[in-house]
Ligand binder design. Sequence first.
Ligand code: 13P
Ligand code: SF4
Length: 302
Amino acid sequence: MNETTASIERLKKEKNAVIMAHYYVADEVQEIADYIGDSYYLSETATKIDAETIVLCGVSFMGESAKILNPQKTVLLPDETADCPMAHMASIERIREVRRQYEDVAVVCYVNSTAELKTESDVCVTSANALKIVQALPNKNIFFIPDQNLAHYIADKLPEKNFIFNDGYCHVHHDIPVSRITEAKALHPAAELLVHPECRPEVTALADYVGSTSGIISYAKSSRAHEFIVITEMGVLYELKKQNPDKKFYTAEDMQICPNMKKITLDKIVQVLETGSPSVELQEDFMKRALSPMERMLALSK
Ligand code: 13P
Ligand code: SF4
């Protein structure tokens, strides 16, 4: 154990804190995390934590979600500038306009969204449960925010619903062109193609498996294939390689990096534990309104 890791261990005990991390953060951060998973796992697990403080190693909407679900806990962000650009790619005005246009509309909010957008939504989803939850909704009209690609992926599977699309996207996934996938497939013809649903429809159309980061990890473990082309943020390779030392994993390009997730470092974790700042601070009534769609997600995912 090096000096930084030893400091984190000591501070965790002193502050009664746990470290939660998303699969996209740097390998060394995943290595020291107490809990590591996809967005759904992080939200759900946050409701079961006994510790007083959660250090959320991920982007700010993940910290906000942990706080909304546990308002009595302190949620620390090692870097508060680590923000997901897609989380802002929808507007309250547009939600209200769609509600005026469609009487029975359900506003379905991908958890990769600001707390403010959640306050105006009917239900939250993550990439792990979006299909199941939207299918279970009684509403025919679905306004899915902010991600257009996940919306299209779900809409294709639910022709009985009428989707109203929003134009948000994740630059990390959306910018991977289909030409790179065909090149990777030509280079590794025996490999299965595993794709996150934030990718463009023409990319998900080529996949052997489409799913959340946890879904991709479970699929690779249970598959009989030995090689995989992984089309999501590269951080996920850490867990994939750890769980499958004998399997081979390739990416389509070196650009599969979320710069915001990579802002989280061990030194920043030490600092946030030492100072107790920055923490997620949200107004009480605001949190109550954002909690309702999140609780509905947790109930409908069971
Ligand atoms: P998951 O919900 O699959 O972990 O994805 C989160 C995310 O930020 C994808 O870009
Ligand atoms: Fe946001 Fe994309 Fe980064 Fe995920 S990978 S946090 S969606 S920018």
